[in-house]
Design a protein around this ligand. Sequence first.
Ligand SMILES: [Mg+2]
Length: 361
Amino acid sequence: MKITAVETVKTSLIVNPQLAIVSAAGTHPESHYLTVRIRTDEGMEGFGEATLAPVWSGESQDGAAAAIRNILAPVLEGKDPRNVRALAAAMDRALIGNPFTKAAMEMALLDLKAKSLGTGVCNLLGGPQRSLAISLKFSIGAFSPAEAARVARHAAELGLRAVKVKVGLHIKTDLERVSAVRSELGEDFSIAVDANAGWTESEATLALAGLEKLNVNAFEQPLRRGDFRGCARLRAKTHIPIMLDESIFTVQDAMEAIRLDSCDLISIYPGKNGGILRSLAIAEMAHAAGLKCIIGSNLEMDLGTAAMLHLAVAIPALSETVSHDIIGPLYYTQHLTDTPIRYKDGCALLPEGTGLGVNPR
Ligand SMILES: [Mg+2]
């Protein structure tokens, strides 16, 4: 089997304005995607999705389309799509960085390979090792306490039992927001916080007492990207598990975090890590180090979300105490596929069918 063409389609979706994420990283009113379609000489095709946010990974929709057209597609054309690791390495040699763009390409290759074998992508990763329903937490932007409580209620109505509240702006109002969410949801709900790199070490340290009192079960990215030592010091001061997200894009980042005892939890997902196989490598490393992984998100649509679910069911070290952010499709009223991701009882369900189990229209 040989790759004959790589095509891309740009799509943008408005986030439900009632839910749009506001965080220390800015606001996220609209999402931009690139859908990748890889065609072969045998008529079989694979699909992948890049979620593109310049403020997050430095990648844009136009930039990703140009990188694929001019650099990555020529690397793949004429090659056997089933040699996924060899092709991922060849793409790395041709283009540095660009994790979400490369993840979309790798996703399409794995989709194609799994379809050619008549199985799901998770079976290429060793197969499921847990329930095919993955528990979720809803993300609540840095709203006023009343607004945050309203979104928390929405999450509860969707059947979720866990939320993540954005903090990292102003300690006093941040804690008031978490407190309002705790009052709205009661003690049985799990509440995590995400500072999105917004606090200094002294601010994060000051916030600890309040977060502990509110029974927060994870403290995500308290400090700026790459401050592994600061996070290690913070970790020594609290029993709240510290999670790294923005600080861990690559396998090497994860190695550095583990080496410096910087975190208890690592947020992974295919887009950020440059592909499903890279996320798997980080999860294996976390497992060996005695850490757990959370599936994070950049508000993917159904294809990207499917890739997260195939990863989630197959990896070691998936957290059971802190839930996951496989929530993108819940923030939109539109879908780009006839087989949207299904949600039930606060969980996202692994798609059925071969490949990723999602085919765009
Ligand atoms: Mg985060």
